[in-house]
Ligand binder design. Structure first.
Ligand code: NCD
Ligand code: ZN
Length: 351
C-alpha cells in the first residue's frame, strides 16, 4: 500500500533524539551531515574519556559549535554519561543551567566506549532520585551485558531484569528506551503510559538480522543493539508509523571508519545521518503512512522533552532516485553511509 497521491510533503524540521558526533576530525566530517536537515540532536557522551561532568559537557558543546558549517542554526542538546561516581548536584546544576538535557545510562560493557558505565544500579540511585525530582530524562541503552545471555535476547532480558525494577523504584523518572529493536520493547512502552518513551533508529526500520548475516557478513549493518528477526522490524515500523506520541526518531547514527568496521573484530554502528530523512520517507510511504512522518521525526520527541517543535520546515519531494554521498572522508579513512538496499525517491529541501 503506497500513498501514491502524495508526492510532496512539508513538515516541521526534524530532530534526532540520539546521535553520535565523536570529536576532532571525525566531528568536523560528520556534523554537516546531520546539520543539513536536522534542527536539534541529543548528543551521545560516549567519547574517550566520556562526557561525565557539566564542565566537560560545556567544553564538548563548544567544540561542536565551532565545528558547525557557517550559517547553521543546528542546536546540540548535551547529555551526561552516568557513572557510579556521578554527583547528583552536578547533574542538577547542569540541567538547571541548560547545559545538559538528559543523562545517558550505559550498562558497563554494553557497547562502544561503555566501560565507565553502570555495574551496580543502587550506586546511581541518588542521581536517579534527583533526576526524577527535577524532571530530567534518563536515556537508557537497554541491554544486559551478561555473557550467558544470548545477544539477540539482551534487550528483552534488560526490560524484565533491570528496567521494570528500576522504574518501580524511581517511578517519577522520565525514561527514554533508546534504539528499541524488539516487539517486547514496543509492547512494554505501549503498556506503560507514564514517563516512558522510546526512540527508533532509521536502520532498524529497514534491516533485520538476515541483512547482517545471510549471503556473507555485512559489517556496515552491524550495530548495537543488533538487528533482530523480521517480526521485530515489522513491530518497529508499526510503532513508528502509528503516530503514538511515545515513539520518536533517534537515528543512533554512529560513525566508524571503514578500517575500524572491516576488521576481525569490527566496531558496532551504522552511519545514517546523510540519508535518514529520505530513508524514512521511503519507509513511511511504503506503509501508507506519510502523514504520520512528522509526528515521528518532528513532534513527538520535543513533546516528551518539554520543548517546542522547530519553527522551520522541510519539504520532501518524490521523484527519480536521489543521489547521496556514499562515503564521508576523514583523515583516518572513509565512513560508509548506510545503504538501505533500495532506491530513495524522496529528496529533502530545507525551507
Ligand atoms: C554506538 C557507537 O558507536 O558509539 N554504536 C552502535 O552500534 N549503536 C554506541 C551505541 O549507541 O550503542
Ligand atoms: Zn548510540
Amino acid at each position: 500500500m503506497t500513498d501514491k497521491n502524495i508526492t510532496s510533503l512539508t513538515i516541521r524540521q526534524p530532530d534526532d533524539w540520539h546521535l553520535h558526533l565523536r570529536d576532532g576530525a571525525m566531528l568536523k566530517a560528520v556534523l554537516p551531515e546531520t546539520a543539513r536537515h536536522f534542527g536539534r540532536a541529543i548528543i551521545m557522551p560516549n567519547l574517550v574519556p566520556p562526557v561525565v561532568t557539566a564542565q566537560q559537557a560545556v567544553a564538548y558543546r563548544d567544540r561542536i559549535m565551532a565545528a558547525l558549517p557557517a550559517g547553521s542554526d543546528f542546536q546540540p542538546l548535551m547529555t551526561l554519561y552516568l557513572t557510579e561516581g556521578t554527583d547528583p548536584a552536578d547533574v542538577a546544576a547542569a540541567h538547571a543551567a541548560g547545559i545538559a538535557t538528559a543523562v545517558k545510562l550505559y550498562p558497563a560493557g554494553a557497547t562502544t566506549n561503555s566501560a565507565s558505565g553502570v555495574r551496580d544500579f543502587e550506586k546511581v540511585r541518588p542521581v536517579l532520585d534527583k533526576m526524577a525530582e527535577i524532571g530530567m530524562p534518563l536515556c537508557v541503552h537497554g541491554e544486559v551485558t551478561n555473557s550467558d545471555i544470548d545477544i539477540f535476547d539482551r534487550e528483552a532480558v534488560f526490560i524484565d531484569k533491570v528496567l521494570k525494577p528500576l522504574r518501580k523504584k524511581v517511578s517519577d523518572l522520565k525514561v527514554v528506551m533508546e534504539h528499541v529493536t524488539t516487539q517486547d520493547a514496543v509492547d512494554y512502552v505501549r503498556d506503560n503510559r507514564k514517563n516512558l518513551a522510546a526512540t527508533i533508529t532509521t536502520h532498524h526500520l529497514i534491516i533485520n538480522r538476515n541483512h547482517i548475516l545471510a549471503g556473507g557478513i555485512k559489517p556496515h549493518y552491524y550495530c548495537l543493539p543488533v538487528a533482530k528477526r523480521e517480526i521485530h522490524r515489522v513491530a518497529l515500523v508499526q510503532a513508528a508509523v502509528s503516530g503514538d506520541k511515545r515513539f520518536f526518531l533517534g537515528t543512533d547514527s554512529a560513525p566508524h571508519t571503514d578500517p575500524n568496521k572491516l576488521m576481525a573484530c569490527g566496531c558496532a554502528g551504522c552511519f545514517t545521518a546523510t540519508n535518514t530523512m529520505s530513508c524514512l520517507a521511503e519507509v513511511f510511504d511504503a506503509a501508507g503512512a506519510l502523514p504520520k512522518l512528522e509526528d515521528f521525526t518532528s513532534l513527538n520527541g520535543p513533546q516528551f522533552y518539554g520543548l517546542a517543535p522547530n519553527d522551520d520546515t522541510i519539504t520532501l519531494t518524490k521523484g527519480a532516485p536521489v543521489t547521496y554521498t556514499t562515503k564521508i572522508d576523514t583523515p583516518d579513512g572513509p565512513v560508509t553511509v548506510f545503504d538501505p538496499g533500495f532506491d530513495l525517491h524522496w529528496s529533502v529541501t530545507v525551507n
